[in-house]
Design a protein around this ligand. Structure first.
Ligand code: FMN
Length: 396
């Protein structure tokens, strides 16, 4: 099936059935009794509907969309609106927005509630990439306390009953830590839960996440607001260790899930105190790969779907003893048929124990954080560096 991202299909989808918000009479998300323990981290270019659905199949949790530019939503950018869509069976629907302007974030939220029936909004205050921070977005925004407060308050007001959460880093760099102020401001304006990645923007993805910051945030934020920990959970035991060491209420997992949607079954078992399922052999992994690729093609169309899947091939097979040539060819597939032929040649092998924690996804850093001019001069002014700045931020 080919799904073209046409304006007509987006409108039609909206009219026909995308408005069925799954909010029920259950306790509100993030209120006592409904605090998901495990959250799939928003990941640009990864956590679209096909990947979220694949992960959800393995366990209960919250599966968040990739970062979406609030301004692009307001402007009705077609590619962005495609990224805001959820499959019919996805519930609850969690969407992450990136915004620098209080007015725009409110407008985007009101529009998305009307059109997509979103159940939970997360705000991106942690993105460290140049094109976002140099415009005052992502991990640059928490430095401006007053502007941050306005953005969060506007989002909470626009969302009404729908919970708004935030995800952020420790700060810009070692000398400009912002996470404790961010937690305090969030609590003040009615943010429903907070998630901290224990790295600064300057660290990017280098070194190891400092989980002690998560513990400090848990101590600082009022007990009724769930605190989530994020950074370097590669296997289920890491998630238990993070909860144990920091007292956090739940965990957010990013790179550990790349090519490993089955990790959610491990996490569910670990938190339930049950024995972990076996790590899959390649014979299982190739079936997952084929399914994921087909779902991407159904969602994005042949051309984009196949190209989107290329990067996943390396993640799925990472750590398995297979030749480099096969990986190389998988990374260049042009069609589902070609994928099918290549997967037929994958030998059935187990994942060696020593490779279970092999890093995947970004590992780069440190970096010099790109910031708007004079950004660090005054933490309390509320000038928006570049109101147009987040237009290009959808999907990272
Ligand atoms: C490919 C990729 C894309 C990402 N995109 C986003 C994003 O859109 N929004 C966001 O808040 N964080 C994004 N992140 C950061 C992750 O959500 C997470 O905070 C980070 O990877 C650290 O967690 P981990 O050690 O479990 O991977 C991205 C990370 C990766 C690897």
């Amino acid at each position: 099936m080919t799904t073209e991202c046409s304006e007509a299909s987006i409108r039609l989808g909206s009219i026909l059935g995308d408005v069925n918000s799954s909010i029920t009479n259950e306790a509100r998300l993030f209120s006592p009794g409904n605090v998901p323990k495990v959250v799939l981290a928003p990941m640009a270019g990864v956590t679209n509907a096909p990947f979220r659905r694949l992960c959800r199949r393995y366990g209960g949790g919250l599966y968040v969309s990739e970062m979406i530019s609030a301004r692009a939503v307001v402007e009705g950018n077609l590619k962005t609106m495609k990224l805001t869509q959820f499959a019919e069976d996805e519930s609850p629907r969690s969407l992450q927005l990136a915004a620098v302007d209080p007015k725009i974030v409110g407008e985007a939220i009101r529009k998305l509630i009307d059109v997509e029936g979103i159940d939970h909004f997360d705000l991106n205050l942690g993105c460290p990439v140049r094109k976002v921070t140099r415009n005052g977005g992502g991990s640059a925004l928490p430095y401006k306390r007053k502007l941050l407060r306005s953005v969060l308050a506007s989002a909470v007001e626009a969302a009404g009953e729908i919970p708004v959460t935030i995800k952020f880093r420790v700060g810009i760099d070692e000398d400009h830590s912002t996470y404790l102020d961010t937690g305090a401001i969030a609590a003040d304006v009615g943010i429903a839960a907070v998630a901290l990645h224990g790295r600064t923007a300057a660290q990017f993805y280098s070194g190891t996440a400092d989980w002690s910051t998560i513990a400090k945030l848990r101590d600082a934020v009022p007990a009724e607001i769930p605190v989530y920990g994020n950074g370097d959970i590669w296997e289920a035991a890491d998630a238990l260790a993070m909860v144990e060491q920091t007292g956090c209420d739940g965990v957010v997992i990013g790179r550990g899930c790349l090519g490993r949607p089955w990790l959610f079954a491990h996490l569910e078992a670990a938190f339930a105190g049950e024995e972990l399922p076996e790590f899959p052999r390649t014979s299982e992994v190739v079936l997952l790969m084929a399914e994921h690729a087909m779902e991407l093609v159904a969602w994005f169309g042949d051309y984009k779907g196949v190209r989107e899947f290329r990067k996943h091939t390396a993640w799925y097979l990472k750590g398995y003893p297979l030749g480099g040539e096969l990986r190389r060819r998988l990374g260049m597939i042009e069609s589902l048929d070609e994928l099918d032929d290549l997967l037929a040649d994958v030998p059935d092998v187990a994942l060696p124990e020593e490779n279970r924690r092999v890093a995947r996804g970004h590992t780069k850093g440190p970096q010099v954080v790109a910031l708007p001019e004079h950004w660090l001069d005054d933490p309390y002014d509320d000038l928006i560096a570049n109101p147009e700045g987040d237009s290009a931020a959808s999907g990272g």
